[in-house]
Design a binder for this molecule. Structure first.
Ligand code: ASP
Length: 619
């Protein structure tokens, strides 16, 4: 049963949880009548309306200043900062005690709220201060290893080792509180739409999402292992077979991948599934969710989301997560550049170009820099050709030897370049050249200030391929995961050209970042078997790994589909407009997958290994 005001016991006192007021920064406020508590108010709420009240506050000593007989202390807690005043002329003992307080000491003070003569209008409590009459030290503190200010002097490593102190800083603290706010808005929407929050197990068997599994040895079943879920994919599908029809979970997922910046081995998803739906229903439902969250958390109206096919995203943006905040689209110039005896272009599978607005005046040094940029190993282009579209209508290019003014004019038309623009052209193998152009486009977008983090341009990317070639094995693998269904009109390509089969799969993309993936699933045993065969699983492998879901499909599996949003990334994009997931996780791992605070991963004792039945090698 849901009640409006819920009493939650908290450290032996009652917190009254109030419904949120629109526009308030944080959702819950404690009530003001908490007699048994160690404090009567927080450090973020006293204003001129409280003047002459007697109050008790608790918090951390943020800063201390002495001026003559007066000691000023900024007392800090989760809610803000309140200035305390100790007057040694009135109470010498108290004044001396205050002077001895160190940074981050935990104290309790009682005093009277008075109007400040020297007001600080930047903070809500800046018009008052507390004339302190008693002080109790609740705990002392060592000097913190870095300053707990917005602009801290602590490096990344130090802050991670002392993460509990880093979390006292406003930026990190607010990120986590905002994360909570996002989670609430998500739940509010999904609960309102009849989704049931159901937990699925963590100790399972492999769920293929394209990464390696983290495994957990079983002590009672020696020599056997559980896998941690890469996602709850199969379980949420089984819940649809069970008839729950709308499921969600804000859930931890585990993927043992090669580490990259902004990847975490454990991360959180908003995982959802619906039965009796088609792709359109799923898109509308989750478009609604994203809009609701943006509205609630940022007060931003997103409007209707555009949609683009995967094929068009690659053609015009060079990748499947287009940043739509700016134009500078890719143009295919393959047909235009050939036939002038310039071998590089004559032999190229593809030649594509972007027109960079207003960059015709780029110097040799700048164009050289861009050439180096696309030649970096992670991008892999062989080189870069440029054409400057000069203000007087003439052209100056790096290939003047092979092309006349008239030729270059055709290039400019094909690239939709105007006088003053710089055409950048990359040629070679289609996928490599497109990737290079995509990176170049984003780089130029950054340089021209076109990627404003306060502008939000989301879209759906649709019709992903079902299968792709695995670089290492040369076999086919599922682009999304093997439970994804395909367009019936593409069924014919299973025999002839599996790479051409389009899946009923979709991604939600925001400002060049993929925030969710999903698909309409297979719900038929025969089709699922066909998919497993297409990705090279033998009958035996299929049987040992997936018989449970194949069997389930034989007991009345409804048509179903769903989606999962990367929750950490979602929070980071909504709140900060940037992709910095570590700042939105309370206790993240570093780039080497380590938690340096608790120092893990770490070895375990021989006895423990033996108990788990894991062989120990001694050298
Ligand atoms: N399980 C998928 C993933 O983790 C999402 C989905 O298809 O619903 O990406």
């Amino acid at each position: 049963m849901r009640r409006k005001n819920t009493q939650i016991p908290c450290i032996g006192v009652s917190y009254s949880i109030m419904p949120a007021k629109r526009g308030t920064e944080f959702l819950y406020f404690r009530s003001l009548t908490l007699k048994q508590m160690l404090r009567t108010h927080t450090c973020g709420e006293l204003t001129l309306t409280n003047v002459s009240q007697a109050v008790t506050l608790c918090g951390w000593v943020h800063r201390t200043r002495e001026m003559g007989g007066l000691t000023f202390i900024d007392l800090r807690d989760r809610y803000g900062i309140t200035q305390l005043v100790f007057n040694s002329d009135l109470d010498k003992v108290l004044g001396e005690k205050a002077k001895k307080l160190g940074r981050e000491y935990v104290i309790q003070v009682t005093g009277k709220v008075v109007e400040r003569s020297n007001k600080n209008l930047k903070i809500p409590t800046g018009e008052i201060e507390i004339m302190t009459s008693s002080l109790q030290v609740l705990n002392s503190s060592k000097v913190p290893p870095f300053t707990l200010e917005d602009d801290t002097d602590g490096g990344d490593e130090l802050r991670m080792k002392y993460r509990y102190l880093d979390l006292r800083r406003n930026m990190v603290k607010n990120n986590l509180l905002n994360r909570h706010k996002v989670a609430r808005a998500v739940r509010e929407y999904l609960d309102g739409q009849g989704f049931a929050d159901i937990e699925t197990p963590f100790l399972i068997k492999s769920t293929p999402e394209g990464a390696r599994d983290f495994v957990v040895p079983s002590r009672v079943n020696k020599g056997e292992f559980y896998a941690l879920p890469q996602s709850p994919q199969t379980f949420k599908q089984l819940l649809m077979v069970s008839g729950f029809d709308r499921y969600y979970q804000i859930v931890r997922c585990f993927r043992d991948e090669d580490l990259r910046a902004d990847r975490q081995p454990e991360f959180t998803q908003i995982d959802c599934e619906m039965a009796f739906v088609e792709q359109e229903d799923v898109l509308q439902m989750f478009e609604g969710m994203v809009k609701h969250v943006f509205q609630k958390v940022r007060n931003i109206e997103l409007g209707t989301l555009p949609r683009m096919t995967y094929a068009d995203a690659l053609k015009y943006y060079g990748n499947d997560k287009p940043d739509m905040r700016f134009g500078m689209l890719l143009h295919d110039l393959t047909g235009v550049v050939k036939g002038n005896g310039f071998k590089v272009l004559d032999d190229a599978e593809y030649a594509g170009a972007i027109a960079v607005p207003g960059a015709a005046e780029y110097t040799r040094k700048q164009t050289d820099e861009l050439t180096e940029f696309v030649k970096r190993p992670q991008i892999g282009a062989k080189g870069l050709i440029y054409v400057k579209c000069l203000a007087d209508g003439t052209f100056k290019s790096s290939v003047d030897k092979f092309y006349t003014e008239a030729d270059l004019k055709k290039w400019a038309e094909a690239a939709e370049a105007k006088a003053g623009d710089l055409i950048l052209l990359v040629s070679g193998e289609l996928t490599v050249a497109r990737r290079a152009l995509s990176e170049l486009r984003l780089e130029m977008g950054d340089r021209l200030g076109l990627r404003n983090k306060d502008v939000y341009k989301p879209l759906w990317v649709l019709d992903f391929p079902l299968l792709e070639k695995d670089k290492d094995s040369g076999g086919w693998v599922a682009c999304h995961h093997p439970f994804t269904s395909w367009k019936s009109e593409d069924e014919q390509y299973f025999e002839t050209a599996p790479g051409k089969i389009r899946a009923n799969a979709y991604d939600f993309v925001l400002n060049g970042v993929e925030l969710s993936s999903g698909s309409i699933r297979i719900h038929d045993r025969k089709k699922q078997e066909k998919m497993f065969a297409a990705i090279g699983l033998t009958k035996e492998e299929t049987e040992t790994k997936f018989s449970f879901i194949l069997n389930a499909f034989e007991y009345g599996a409804p048509p179903h589909g769903g989606v999962a949003f990367g929750f950490d990334r979602f929070c980071s994009m909504i709140v900060s407009g940037q992709e910095n997931i570590r700042d939105f996780i309370a206790f993240p791992k570093n780039n080497a997958g380590r938690d340096t605070m608790i120092d893990t991963p770490s070895s375990i004792s021989d006895a423990q290994l033996k108990e788990l039945g894991i062989g120990i090698e001694h050298h």
